[in-house]
Design a protein around this ligand. Structure first.
Ligand SMILES: *Cc1c(COP(=O)(O)O)cnc(C)c1O
Length: 421
């Protein structure tokens, strides 16, 4: 059952009719469902219940504090990729000893903050990075628990911009160098290798690339242990896909069984880092139709949301389902429209030749599956204020990030003295 469904002809989020939220906060806005967030997290926890495994929510998918807190209350850890995200995770109630710090280019300031917070693990991706970390840890008089993120050279069979596990990608250390890299790192002061990490990409819809990557990690574990490294944990990354259109991502039970079949006998604690699969289908973007623009060749539905609010279609040619908030008559004729935003870029297109029932100015439409990599990737391009985020919980809803006014946006900027005269 989806958290977003028609009731009495009106699209609801749980028990809240979306027009009620639109009336309260204006459009466009993001809307998330607590029930869906909780259900997705519990599905992970349940699937891995028989294993020594923990879920570190990949905060970058949706880093609103209220979303983080929803997961924190269920016992989640966090995977963060910047000092800012670490601060968010902590502010969202996730203890430092459940936070993993990932990313290909951490600064020394970020390393210092992470070590001072007492972070669970830092996933490093190069020798220069581990050398810098060694210096920072030594200067603080602490030992940094690290994993190297290895690049298993596996094709994730996903969009090129979100594939990260091929040897030509910038991520991780070359699998074939892992042994010498661990040996080098183990000699550094303030560094203790405790884990191996891997993350091969996002929106994977097949188990085979995961399996290939995990088998390589398991093989590496044996080699590293023979070399005398005390490796206790495997960080298996995120990347499980969701259904946007007609994809059939692997079942969590099958994913968990595959993980168990490879890692069950290794005596390692498993870390999972799901992002998209926890939040993607727990959120939608609600927008109003501004105009329906007739044309000789194409007809356009111009909505008040734009690429700055949801960039996935422009960036990845991503598909989002688009549905009217007022349930259409099943007999209504569907016709092809291009659905576009008002930004001055042809890339500001949500859908081409999408079959839609009749729509008119001021009608509300919902972009589905927008909970992941939506609000977090938004910008204020064209001086469009960041749009509100709303969290629904049963028949309640709350604004979890308000829409700034243009005055507030302008107040953050400064005109230098020489331009004031
Ligand atoms: C982005 C990212 C994730 C989460 O990926 P999803 O596809 O959203 O599940 C997990 N781990 C790392 C290191 C990441 O960079």
């Amino acid at each position: 059952m989806s958290a977003f469904a028609y009731r009495n002809g009106v699209l609801h989020a749980e028990s809240v009719p979306l027009p009620a939220i639109a009336a309260a906060v204006g459009t466009p806005f993001y809307c998330y469902s607590t029930a869906a967030l909780e259900a997705h997290y519990s599905a992970y926890a349940g699937a891995f219940a028989g294993q020594d495994a923990g879920v570190c929510y990949a905060v970058k998918a949706n880093s609103n504090l209220a979303v983080i807190r929803t997961f924190a209350r269920l016992g989640a850890g966090a995977d963060v990729v910047s000092g800012g995200e670490m601060q968010r995770a902590l502010a969202g109630g996730i203890p430092a000893d459940r936070i993993v710090f990932s990313g290909v280019g951490k600064t020394r300031e970020e390393m210092r903050a992470a070590l001072q917070a007492g972070i669970h693990q830092i996933n490093v991706e190069s020798i220069p990075e581990v050398e810098a970390l060694s210096e920072v840890a030594s200067s603080l008089g602490v030992v940094a628990p690290i994993a190297f993120r290895v690049n298993p050279d596996v094709d994730a069979k996903t969009h090129a911009k979100i594939a990260t596990g091929k040897k030509e990608n910038k991520f991780g250390i070359d699998y074939d160098h892992a042994r010498e890299v661990y040996a080098q790192a183990a000699k550094l002061p303030g560094i203790k290798p405790v884990a191996i990490a891997v993350h091969i990409g996002s929106q994977l819809t097949d188990l085979a690339p995961f399996r290939a990557a995990y088998e390589r990690v398991a093989a590496l574990l044996h080699v590293l242990r023979e070399d005398g490294h005390d490796i206790q944990r495997l960080d298996l990354g995120g990347g499980l896909g969701i259904t946007y259109k007609n994809e059939t991502p692997p079942d969590l039970a099958d994913y968990a069984a595959m993980v168990r079949s490879i890692t069950g006998n290794l005596g390692c604690r498993i870390t999972l880092e799901p992002g998209r699969s926890l939040v993607g289908n727990a959120g939608i973007l609600v927008s109003s139709v501004i105009f329906v623009k007739p044309g000789l060749h194409r007809r356009f539905v111009i909505v008040d949301a734009a690429m700055n609010d949801l960039i996935r279609p422009a960036l990845y040619e991503a598909y989002h389902g688009i549905v009217p908030v007022t349930e259409p008559d099943p007999a209504a004729l569907k016709e092809p429209f291009d659905v576009v935003g008002p930004v001055c870029e042809s890339g500001d297109t949500f859908a081409l030749q999408r079959l839609l029932p009749p729509l008119g100015a001021d009608d509300l439409v919902a972009f589905l599956s927008a909970g992941a990599y939506g609000a977090v990737m938004s910008s204020t391009y064209n001086t469009r204020p960041l749009i509100p985020e709303v969290l629904v919980n049963g028949s309640d809803f709350a604004v979890i990030r308000p829409r700034p006014t243009v005055e507030e946006m302008l107040a953050a900027e400064r005109v230098p003295d020489w331009l004031k005269a």
